[in-house]
Design a protein around this ligand. Structure first.
Ligand code: CUA
Length: 151
């Protein structure tokens, strides 16, 4: 008799667990963090500004940093930014979902195929920032890094 109760309890907690998982996935899926523009993932290399990735000056102290993510690297993977610059970072992926996290800043984006993820950040402090991929994207995921130097 007690076994039945335990069985019921076990199945019940399994359902609760699945529900939490499902709600979590759904909630994340409904709010892609910063997707503004769409892009053909197969033509990222031909689509401006990603045909010439890198830092572009757009105004007084204002820049655009265009980065292409692909398994398992960012292009470019080393960028120098002048101190005080207001930088709009645009990232597009050529293949799967990648992450774009800049350690020590508020920059933390999910990069989904078909979308350009953007975030504007002002760099007031001189230093080095490491960019990491925080979405598992395959065997080389842990190797996927880049560096931004504020000089
Ligand atoms: Cu790209 Cu993990």
């Amino acid at each position: 008799k007690y076994e039945k109760i335990w069985l019921f309890f076990g199945i019940g907690s399994l359902f609760v667990f699945l529900a939490v998982l499902g709600v979590g996935a759904f909630a994340q899926g409904t709010q892609p963090p910063s997707c503004l523009t769409t892009i053909d993932p197969e033509k990222v290399d031909q689509t401006p500004p990603f045909d010439k990735p890198g830092l572009v000056k757009t105004g007084e102290n204002e820049y655009q940093l265009n980065i292409v993510a692909s398994a398992f690297a960012y292009t470019p993977n080393q960028v120098e930014i002048p101190k005080g610059a207001k930088v709009t970072i645009n990232v597009a992926t050529k293949d799967v979902i990648h992450g774009f996290e800049m350690a020590g800043t508020n920059v933390n984006m999910m990069v989904e195929p078909g979308y350009v993820s953007s975030y504007t950040q002002t760099f007031d402090k001189v230093g080095e920032y490491v960019i990491l991929c925080n979405e598992y994207c395959g065997a080389g995921h842990h190797l996927m890094t880049a560096k931004v130097k504020v000089v």
